[in-house]
Design a protein around this ligand. Structure first.
Ligand code: NAI
Length: 342
């Protein structure tokens, strides 16, 4: 997917991309939580996209400066800032894609589920506004615990009568990005060639990289499988510990979110060859939400790549069964959070 990105295309044409970005489409993107650790670098990457004509930055604080700063970049999109609940609706008008990294991140010793109490309410409120103001938009949920915040968003949209399961995505791209990087390093492969599907969910053992389906086809010893799987599952914690209280992954997450956004915009623009992993409503397993590779099109999820789940190794089969109870509990926790208050 990235091979077609504007930067590489410009390189091929022997131009420095940031001086030569020409508008190629005119999609409107809104980032909710745009002044945060993920929001800021994500906004910068989105500002560089030739597919975006308007970039709306919403946060409860500190967003004015971020927008003023970014607005000086000589790329086509128009940057606007929106501060606080009274400006939320305006930040969503006519928007094609809403990206939500609002909420608190982990500190050492915390699981993603420890964030539930704060982030569940934030996601509920923001998605209510999405439902009221841009019900047709693609919604990218980054706020953790993704395993629960996506079901929360679905319930909110259902209550509002505007739920389209094909357009609601939990962003698991960072798990794929990490899997690709770690596999390439371990097996001495060219990074650009490596693609590892990651299925399940986005927390601990629910993150299941399918190393048997990695491209290029690669042989791993049992030890390598265990070591790589554990590293991919704990990649977030590696960063949380290194940051020692200052937050979780922000830069790699912004990179991953920008990749998923670029893929969504290409799909909206009619590209018929767009595949990404995402945590979505799914009937690939008996769980209502499940991350897998999906084909993206103008209307969101166009197809599920079910073949990834066929012919799994024994290790992967076992890991898949083992993750289901935890993922199921996280889904139910999210659903009942919204249904309880009815
Ligand atoms: P941060 O604390 O640096 O930024 C969060 C931003 O959200 C802040 O600017 C804050 O003002 C804003 N915010 C809080 N309440 C809000 C509300 N009601 N409306 C709008 N904005 C609001 O946190 P960071 O590092 O940017 O992480 C954000 C979230 O992303 C966390 O929940 C984190 O766990 C999650 N995350 C998800 C990943 C994934 O792979 N899906 C990877 C890394 C982080």
């Amino acid at each position: 997917a990235l091979r077609q990105s504007f930067a590489l295309k410009a390189q091929k044409e022997n131009k420095r991309s940031w001086n030569y970005i020409q508008p190629q489409a005119s999609y409107k993107v809104s980032i909710l939580g745009a002044a945060g650790g993920i929001g800021q670098p994500l906004a910068l990457l989105v500002k560089m996209s030739p597919l975006v004509s308007a970039l709306n930055l919403y946060d409860i604080a500190n967003v004015k400066g971020v927008a003023a700063d970014l607005s000086h970049c000589n790329t086509p999109s128009k940057v606007s800032d929106f501060t606080g609940a009274s400006e939320l609706a305006n930040s969503l008008k006519d928007v094609n894609v809403v990206v939500i990294p609002a909420g608190v991140p982990r500190k050492p010793g915390m699981t993603r589920d420890d964030l539930f109490n704060i982030n569940a309410s934030i996601v509920r409120t923001l998605v209510e506004a999405v439902a009221d103001n841009c019900p047709d938009a693609f919604i990218h949920i980054i706020s953790n615990p993704v395993n629960s915040t996506v079901p929360i968003a679905a319930e909110v949209l259902k209550k509002k009568g505007v739920y389209d399961p094909k357009k609601l995505f939990g962003i698991t791209t960072l798990d794929v990005v990490r899997a690709n990087t770690f596999v390439a390093q371990k097996k001495n492969l060219r990074l650009i060639d490596v693609d590892v599907p990651v299925i399940g969910g986005h927390a601990g053992i629910t993150i299941l990289p399918l190393l048997s389906k990695a491209k290029p086809s690669t042989t791993f010893t049992d030890e390598e499988v265990q070591e790589l799987t554990a590293r991919i599952q704990n990649g977030g914690t590696e960063v949380v510990e290194a940051k020692a209280g200052a937050g979780s992954a922000t830069l790699s997450m912004a990179y991953a979110a920008a990749r998923f956004l670029e893929s969504s915009l290409r799909a909206l623009d009619g590209d018929s060859d767009v595949y990404e992993c995402a945590y979505v409503q799914s009937d690939l397993t008996d769980l209502p939400f499940f991350a897998s590779r999906v084909k993206l099109g103008r209307n969101g999820v166009e197809a599920f790549i079910s073949s990834d789940l066929h012919g799994l190794t024994e290790y992967e089969e076992k890991a898949l069964e083992a993750l289901k109870p935890e993922l199921k509990a996280s889904i139910e926790k999210g659903i009942s959070f919204v249904q309880k208050e009815a």
